[in-house]
Design a protein around this ligand. Structure first.
Ligand code: GDP
Ligand code: IMO
Ligand code: MG
Length: 427
């Protein structure tokens, strides 16, 4: 049996953490495969309320093995503090295994992220400043240091010395910064090794043997497809591949290893950071959704930008991921809207298009074409069966499903693990 990939369909924060926590109940493995602690995944279950940045959201199920895959940029300081917090809440974290190929996010990566954002001024990407972009830059420039390097002290020190030589030139010449201290990094390395070395392994072997043994493997996406380095709203994107291609690469699975590709979409859109957002709502409706939905970033606490559901963007997301089903979250947040708009296409230079252009400039000139649905003005959070939803809520879901051409398998109507409507058992 192949794995199930759970992928952010939009610009991130679709509710992946909640869905992974739910699906982990029947999973043997949960693998985080991309991004880093730019992610913030919220889980609310019988054990409490948690905000995870690097630990997979399957950690709350005691029978699930959790893996941080090779595709993740891992900040060991963040991982250690997250493990400490989980242990304080009596969560067993010994079930976590870390790929020896995952690249290390160093404090100087965070520094570079912040300095570059300041240098860009009004052209800034609006990154999370967690050092994720600079870490992937070093990975592709082939000077990165990996978690496996922590297993040999001399080797680690040699690699760190090499990268710091480069980084200090960059810091001094581009940013006028005095540079970073090597000994501090050596000390950090010793601390990381003593705390984490027993959890470092060749995780691709583990994942593939689990698949061969017919175990249930869940691949946990971070970020969203519209932030993908190739297919997102470049350059306002993240530096990795949040979609299914990233799942194959970031877990080390071949093309037949994934059976189900589940796209998680909010019932509307949000975006944190800069970049094109054709359906953005700068009016009272946007303010109302932000306030009802508590739309503030899980990682940076920035207010999330709000917009109506964007079908052309969802089409792109489906084209590059090939969803087998869709999960729609936060339907309840729309409960008190009088009218709900769906963007079915754009007007660009007098033409009607139903698929987004690739360039930022063109996207900024796309005018959304809307179809309006009457609101339902009834609470949905306690509904558990599709037929019990208000008529207009059903019409809304059915219309989105028809426009995207992908079946909806689950509706999420609240942040807690059990606040769901199973539409069809396609997971
Ligand atoms: P992720 O990054 O995709 O895991 O999503 P985040 O955790 O950053 O943001 C999603 C937010 O929505 C969190 O605060 C969740 O607790 C919340 N959430 C998830 N599903 C639902 C839902 O169906 N309804 C409501 N009201 N909140 C939800
Ligand atoms: P989860 O997993 C929402 C956004 C940032 C910025 C852009 C680049 O919680 O859905 P980066 O720090 O990655 O270089 O920033 O990507 N971004 C996210 N937005 N949710 C996330 O993760 C995000 N991770 C990065 O806001 O616009
Ligand atoms: Mg998030």
């Amino acid at each position: 049996m192949g794995a199930t990939a759970v992928i952010g369909g939009q610009w991130g924060d679709e509710g992946k953490g909640k869905i992974i926590d739910l699906l982990a109940e029947s999973s043997d493995f949960v693998v985080r495969y991309s991004g880093g602690n730019n992610a913030g995944h919220t889980v609310i279950n019988h054990l409490g309320e948690f905000w995870l940045h690097v630990v997979p959201a399957g950690i709350f199920n005691e029978n699930t093995q959790c893996v941080i895959g090779n595709g993740v940029a891992l900040d060991p300081n963040i991982l250690i503090s997250e493990l400490d917090q989980l242990e304080k809440a009596n969560i067993d974290v010994s079930r976590l295994i870390i790929s020896d190929r995952a690249h290390i996010v160093f404090p100087f990566h965070r520094l570079l992220d912040s300095l570059e954002e300041s240098r860009l001024q009004d052209k800034a990407i609006g990154t999370t400043k967690r050092g994720i972009g600079p870490t992937f830059v070093d990975k592709t420039a082939r000077r990165g240091v990996r978690m496996g390097d922590l297993l040999d002290r001399d080797n680690f020190r040699e690699k760190v010395t090499e990268i710091v030589e480069y980084v200090n030139i960059l810091l001094e010449k581009i940013y006028g910064h005095e540079g970073v201290d090597l000994q501090e990094l050596f000390d950090l390395g010793d601390e990381w090794t003593s705390r984490l070395s027993h959890s470092i392994a060749q995780t691709e072997m583990l994942i593939n043997s689990a698949l061969n043994d017919n175990k249930e493997v869940l691949l946990e996406g971070a970020q969203g497809t519209l932030l993908d380095l190739d297919f997102g709203t470049y350059p306002y994107v993240t530096s990795s591949h949040p979609g299914v291609s990233g799942a194959y690469q970031g877990a080390g699975i071949g093309p037949v290893g994934i059976d189900r590709i589940v796209g998680v979409f909010k019932a509307y859109c949000t975006r944190v950071g800069a970049g094109p957002f054709p359906t953005e709502l700068l009016d009272d409706a946007g303010e109302k959704i932000r306030s009802i939905g508590g739309e503030y970033g899980t990682t940076t606490n920035r207010p999330r930008r709000i917009g109506w559901f964007d079908v052309p963007m969802a089409r792109l997301s489906n084209v590059v991921n090939g969803y087998t089903s869709i999960i729609l979250t936060r339907l309840d947040v729309l409960d008190s809207m009088d009218q709900i708009d769906i963007c079915t296409g754009y007007k660009l230079d007098g033409e009607t298009i139903d698929y987004p252009p690739s360039g930022t400039h063109a996207l900024d000139h796309c005018e959304p074409i809307y179809e309006t649905i009457e609101g339902w003005n009834e609470p949905t959070s306690s509904v558990r069966h599709f037929q019990d939803l208000p008529l207009n809520a059903k019409l809304y879901v059915e219309r989105l499903q028809a426009l995207m051409g992908v079946p909806v398998s689950l509706l999420s109507v609240g942040p807690r693990r059990d606040e769901n409507i199973i539409v069809r058992p396609a997971l």
